[in-house]
Write a protein that binds this ligand. Structure first.
Ligand SMILES: Cc1cc2nc3c(=O)[nH]c(=O)nc-3n(C[C@H](O)[C@H](O)[C@H](O)COP(=O)(O)OP(=O)(O)OC[C@H]3O[C@@H](n4cnc5c(N)ncnc54)[C@H](O)[C@@H]3O)c2cc1C
Length: 311
């Protein structure tokens, strides 16, 4: 039986549902320790299978960023004798995993979509065309897990919170965050966490209003193809694909997107894919569960109106 640490990250103070997904994966392997850094968010974890809650003090993640997380995690791994660390995939999660791997001389597997009780991870690579099963052979095995890859299995959570004090390493103190200005968000869910993603491509011709209105009717996040982000039509932070974000929502709606392999790489593991494209030969239809051949500027407003009417 393994001792598994899971890193609980928060977005604007809110624990995303990926924390429950990490707990679900972790419980298959053994005892689960939730690592909270920079505050006690245990009240948001009560439905998840967690055997111990550890709140780490002594490191300032708002000032020292990722290296401070690494100090905190390394302290918990040592204190709890952990042999597995699970972190949510994402820019920060992968950087944390990589740095913990270097610090502890451990192996790391990123972007796993599944992991079994024997610590064998599953990855979906080359645009989803190849499935890889792999394992880490070092005493500590580190994995980053893609969001929305598993149904959360709820369970009992520890009720008391242990405090642990970590000491920042010399390296951590070498670079300091002086100011942080969060992007003004439009109240939409975080792209990589969202259950529904509506993306626009070159077919929008730079006008994302229909895509955004449809996304808002569904409570969805908005994504974009690289053609759209490179043209400056939508921020690069919303790009889905090989050189953008990887998403795996329950529903992915591709609007005016041809379905290039590099775009597929970021959305192919979505549970259901709907494509709206005026070209019936567009490659995205090979991948889509449902397709609408039509002009997105006609299809999306009708769909938005129909959804709003049902509310
Ligand atoms: C190394 C590398 C990395 C890359 N990384 C990424 C990445 O991360 N993400 C990514 O997306 N791409 C990436 N690309 C680019 C990728 O190859 C494609 O060029 C890009 O995905 C195309 O975007 P698109 O589908 O929006 O545009 P297009 O391929 O031009 O397709 C536009 C589609 O819109 C349809 N259309 C036009 N008007 C309408 C309308 N009014 N209504 C409905 N449909 C309409 C057209 O029929 C067409 O199918 C990468 C490329 C390289 C070489």
């Amino acid at each position: 039986m393994s001792s598994v640490a899971i890193l609980i990250e928060t977005i604007d103070g809110v624990v995303p549902k990926s924390a429950g997904e990490l707990a679900t994966f972790a419980k298959r392997m053994g005892e689960v320790t939730a690592v909270m850094v920079g505050g006690d968010c245990s009240s948001q974890l009560t439905n998840y299978s967690i055997d111990s809650l550890v709140q780490v003090d002594g490191v300032d993640v708002s000032k020292f960023g990722v290296p401070a997380y690494v100090d905190a995690i390394a302290a918990v791994i040592a204190a709890k004798n952990c042999d597995v660390l699970l972190v949510t995939s994402g820019a920060r999660g992968k950087e944390i995993a990589g740095r913990v791997a270097v610090r502890t001389n451990s192996g790391v597997i990123t972007d796993a979509i599944d992991i079994d009780s024997e610590k064998i991870a599953t990855q979906s690579i080359f645009g989803g065309s190849t499935t890889v099963h792999s394992q880490v052979t070092t005493p500590l095995a580190i994995f980053t897990m893609r969001s929305n890859s598993v149904e959360i299995v709820e369970g009992a959570c520890a009720t008391s919170v242990e405090k642990l004090s970590a000491t920042p390493s010399t390296a951590t103190l070498k670079a300091e965050v002086l100011a942080l200005e969060p992007l003004v968000k439009g109240g939409r869910p975080e792209l990589t966490e969202a259950a529904i993603v509506v993306s626009g491509g070159r077919g929008t011709n730079g006008d994302f209003s229909a895509v955004e209105a449809f996304a808002d009717s569904l409570g969805a996040a908005v994504g974009a193809s690289r053609a759209a982000t490179d043209a400056g039509w939508y921020p690069h932070s919303h790009q889905v694909g090989q050189t953008g974000k990887t998403v795996s929502p329950s529903l992915y709606v591709a609007c005016g997107i041809s379905g290039a392999i590099q775009h597929r790489a970021g959305m192919q593991t979505s549970k259901m894919i709907v494509a709206i494209n005026k070209d019936p030969e567009a490659p995205i239809f090979e991948l889509a569960d449902y397709g609408v051949v039509g002009d997105l500027f006609a299809v999306l407003p009708s769909a938005t109106a129909a959804i709003s009417a049902r509310k």
